[in-house]
Ligand binder design. Structure first.
Ligand code: NAD
Length: 335
């Protein structure tokens, strides 16, 4: 039986990845600062802070070696978190320390393969109508936020571990992953989850506020497709960075319309100023399709519907509890 160690197992993508690894017959240890939104299927789960080298040592200590390590733990959030400029020192230092601790431990414990979750945020925002993201477009480097710079630095750091220590490194750049269990409130939610929450909370005839002017474009990938991409990459010999995302482009205004049709509600939209991240970002998956025979299989409407329904259920669950235990957002009655 293969053994996998998953950092960030209490998070959105890490939680789904653990489910898949267990279903594939792995023995899995999950590690995180917190538990998952739903009970973890991991065989073993350690609540640890991966910024501490001794905690990372504890995570790797096991009677048998881990065959594979998956590194998804990061200090991250949506544009209102990573583009606001007020969390940059934490975002950069927390994640780079976690990544260095884990890479060094892989070498110390003789792990053969390490997966790293990089991001579309490594791509520069360029002055053209649509910002296409082929893997090589990351250079010359000009990420639009510090989170992207940290991811790009860690890509390079891990490639150097590959060259110097022979650690096989697999790196995917994720592009806006959607699905149940994504962070939907608390300040670290991404645009798609924030929009789904706003639509789920607004009353018929009400109004939702949307940051930006609605013309920004994005692609959204369903989480189970993301997990199948991670697994395909880890099972491959591909040691160059590849995009894991959808290539179906949609504007934020169109995404709101999609949510409107899924909700069956009538509401108005007020566009307001605020951090939006880059204007356009169009993921290209040619390399993933050629090298690991992977393409997204879930259409955008289904992906959005599954995400919307799950967030709606979370809100209904919260409001069914005593008001004093509600998240601040519900207490304030804000969408
Ligand atoms: P998430 O926030 O749900 O999961 C990250 C997890 O890391 C959290 O559970 C958090 O508690 C954990 N963590 C943070 N600091 C830690 C520490 N010091 N020790 C142990 N655990 C710690 O995020 P996600 O959406 O599941 O993202 C997973 C990875 O994919 C991250 O590296 C993220 O940067 C990357 N990524 C995600 C997206 C996306 O659209 N969700 C896009 C690009 C890249």
């Amino acid at each position: 039986m293969k053994r996998a160690l998953v950092f960030g197992a209490g998070g959105f993508i890490g939680g789904h990845l653990v489910d898949q690894l267990v279903a594939d017959g792995y023995w899995v240890r999950g590690v995180d600062l917190k538990l998952t939104a739903e009970p973890s299927t991991a065989n073993d789960f350690l609540l640890l802070d991966a910024r501490s080298p001794s905690s990372v040592d504890r995570a790797f200590s096991c009677e048998m070696k881990f065959d594979e390590v998956y590194q998804l733990a990061a200090d991250m959030g949506g544009a209102t978190y990573i583009n606001a400029g007020i969390h940059d020192a934490d975002v950069m230092s927390n994640s780079v320390i976690i990544n260095a601790n884990i890479a060094k431990a892989c070498v110390r414990y003789g792990v053969k393969k390490l997966f790293f979750s990089s991001s579309a945020c490594v791509y520069p925002q360029v002055e053209r109508d649509l910002s296409t993201c082929y893997e090589d477009d990351a250079y010359p480097a000009r990420p639009d936020n510090e989170y992207g710079w940290e991811k790009l630095f860690t890509e390079r750091m891990l490639m150097s571990f590959q060259r110097q220590y022979g650690l096989a490194v697999r790196i995917a750049r994720f592009h806006s992953i959607v699905g149940p269990r994504s962070t939907w409130q608390g300040g670290k939610e991404k645009a798609h989850s924030a929009l789904a929450r706003k639509v789920a909370m607004v009353e018929n005839g009400g109004c939702i506020e949307v940051i930006g002017d609605g013309t920004q474009t994005r692609t959204f990938l369903y989480v189970t497709d993301c997990v199948s991409g991670i697994r395909a990459l880890m099972d491959s010999d591909v040691d160059t960075v590849i995009n894991i995302g959808s290539d179906v482009l949609i504007s934020i205004a169109e995404y709101v319309e999609l949510l409107r049709s899924l909700s069956g509600k009538d509401f108005t939209v007020k566009y307001i100023p605020g951090p939006t991240g880059v204007k356009d970002r169009h993921c290209q998956v040619t390399l993933a399709s050629q090298l690991i025979d992977w393409r997204p299989t879930t259409d955008l409407r289904t992906a959005t519907s599954m995400t919307y329904q799950w967030i709606r259920e979370q809100i209904l669950y919260e409001v069914a509890r005593p008001a004093e235990t509600w998240p601040d957002l519900l207490k304030r009655g804000r969408t």
